[in-house]
Design a protein around this ligand. Structure first.
Ligand SMILES: Cc1cc2nc3c(=O)[nH]c(=O)nc-3n(C[C@H](O)[C@H](O)[C@H](O)COP(=O)(O)OP(=O)(O)OC[C@H]3O[C@@H](n4cnc5c(N)ncnc54)[C@H](O)[C@@H]3O)c2cc1C
Length: 420
């Protein structure tokens, strides 16, 4: 019997496993796929690196995550340090990112409308917002909202933005200062300090490199879908086959209701309450492209169903065959039919040619008001049974890799303290 079974070999499960192993604990990971990585998995297709769920880069401001992460990698020799060159492709022309620093490129009437709205908002001062739509309108004004923020975000979230909660987007959103926007436009200053404005990228194998390294020396059973979890005599029995004292679950919180047998009625209730949480999948096209200097390009236009192109060929020269065209990943939210994706790329710059495509059913979690409290109570009650929720889909948080690692660190520290 293992002391710990971890369900899922994505970045959360791998980090938790390593952290436990570093403390001398016995760990077994069960993973339904045939290799580690989850959302960060990549494959090589015709010599091109394909981030199956969209291009992934690494950075973090969390010191303990930085310290732990770089203990496992050689930052100078195994990673490339890059500065983001983000762009926006709007109405067939390129603008730099963030859009609000490019107002001087709009026509006079639009600039007047945006500036007068920003000045009005400045007069109103700081306010609290209850949903994503109000936040965007209340920070950038109606005109910028309608030109960019609404169409772009509606493409990703595929939902009414007024239903999207705010707290979980913390740290992911641009927090504008109206004076700074106007100053940046007069001085024509570019952004430097936003999320992922600089990042690290593995020299070889993209984010799969991170998953492969973290999985070294960890016992992982692949190709096994966990479908049942039973709690008996203070032990967990997984798929009637594996036994452990502690479970760390990094899969989909909505599935727990179907998996877990014989729990208290209050727990059943709590699991029932999170059954209907909303999420989106992502469809990705791997394409070859003409050369560009961009790292990625945002696509707010309504008539272009994709929301982003990630120029992965620019991240590392090992990401495409030597002497050939570079590659990029074109990202669509939801399950987009291949025919629609093919039509879309004819509207995009770069003479894109398709190499491969992929659909991942679960990639963007959507948190609505009230969801966080439900998850918090469930998490707390499950922890009493030595069952811990960690990661993007288990905690239903819009985590980047660093937040997933941080959560694994906090959970492992708490478990070890409780068990000592
Ligand atoms: C399009 C996109 C772009 C992103 N870009 C970045 C970026 O540039 N930088 C960044 O830091 N973050 C990025 N992220 C976020 C990042 O992908 C996530 O934070 C991270 O990968 C989440 O890892 P996880 O382990 O929590 O979940 P997952 O990666 O989903 O891992 C869960 C694992 O559990 C397995 N599993 C689930 N259920 C079961 C079961 N019942 N039985 C067995 N196995 C199971 C799954 O197969 C999977 O391998 C991006 C996310 C998306 C969607």
């Amino acid at each position: 019997m293992a002391q710990y079974i971890i369900i899922g070999a994505g970045i959360s499960g791998l980090s938790a496993a390593r952290l436990l192993k570093e403390q001398g604990e016995e760990v077994l990971i069960l993973e339904r796929a045939s290799k580690p990585g989850g959302l960060i998995k990549c494959d090589i297709v015709d010599g091109h690196l394909f981030h199956r769920v969209g291009g992934h880069v690494f950075n973090t401001k969390i010191q303990k995550v930085k310290d732990w992460f770089w203990k496992h990698f050689d930052r100078n020799n195994e990673f490339i340090s890059a500065t983001r060159q983000a762009g926006i492709y709007l109405h067939n022309r390129y603008l730099s990112y963030p859009l609000e620093n490019n107002l001087y490129k709009f026509d006079e009437d639009t600039v007047k409308a945006i500036v007068s709205e920003l000045l009005e908002l400045e007069k109103v001062g700081k306010r609290k917002f209850s949903n994503f739509e109000d936040f965007l309108k209340g920070n950038f004004g109606e005109t910028l909202y309608n030109i960019y923020f609404k169409p772009y975000n509606e493409k990703i979230w595929k939902t009414d933005l007024s239903k999207v909660a705010l707290p979980w987007l913390d740290g992911k959103l641009p927090m504008p200062d109206h004076k700074e926007i106007i100053t940046s436009n007069i001085l024509r200053k570019e952004e430097t300090n936003m999320v992922h404005s600089s990042f690290f990228y593995p020299y070889k194998s993209g984010s799969q490199f991170i998953a492969d390294r973290l999985s070294e020396d960890i016992e992982i059973t692949y190709n096994i879908e966990v479908e049942s979890l039973e709690y008996k005599n203070k032990h967990w029995i997984v798929n009637s086959e594996f036994e452990a004292e502690n479970i760390i679950y990094t899969g989909d919180i909505r599935k727990l209701h179907d998996f877990i047998k014989l729990m208290s009625s209050s727990l059943k209730n709590r699991m029932e309450q999170v059954k209907e949480l909303k999420s989106n999948g992502t469809s990705n096209l791997l394409c070859t492209t003409d050369d560009t200097t961009y790292s990625w390009l945002y696509l707010p236009d309504k008539d272009i169903p994709s929301h982003r192109i990630i120029y992965t060929g620019n991240f590392s020269k090992t990401n495409y065959p030597e002497g050939q065209r570079k590659s990029c990943t074109v990202e669509f939210s939801g399950n987009t039919p291949l025919e629609e994706m093919k039509k879309t790329i004819s509207k995009l710059p770069g003479n894109l040619e398709i190499v491969d495509h992929n659909y991942e059913p679960n990639s963007y979690v959507i948190q609505q008001n009230g969801d966080r409290d439900k998850i918090k109570s469930l998490k707390k009650e499950l922890a009493e049974y030595n069952f811990h929720l960690v990661g993007r889909f288990a905690e239903w948080e819009y985590f980047n890799m660093d937040k997933a690692i941080e959560s694994a660190m906090n959970t492992v520290a708490a478990i070890l303290k409780q068990n000592s």
